[in-house]
Design a protein around this ligand. Structure first.
Ligand SMILES: [Zn+2]
Length: 77
């Protein structure tokens, strides 16, 4: 059986389906719960960015994910 490990919280994702129970982004595997936290963390930042810039967003996602990987979690309540 195919399984994946979340790069942030190290939880095992069984029968992974991309964009359903895990997300492959910035060359990392992220579980659904971490992806929810990433969205929560980025939403207020993204709201202030007008006009929206895809490259800026990509960098923001990468930085946030790399920081979360170092800490083992996203900093959201
Ligand atoms: Zn995770």
């Amino acid at each position: 059986m195919k399984t994946l490990t979340c790069d942030v919280c190290k939880s095992i994702i069984t029968t992974p389906v991309n964009t359903r129970n895990y997300f492959h982004m910035v060359h990392r595997e992220i579980c659904e719960s971490c992806h929810d936290k990433l969205e929560l963390q980025l939403k207020p930042i993204v709201r202030t960015k007008m006009p929206f810039d895809y490259e800026w967003f990509n960098n923001l996602v990468r930085d946030s994910v790399e920081k979360a990987i170092q800490k083992g979690r996203f900093d959201v309540k």
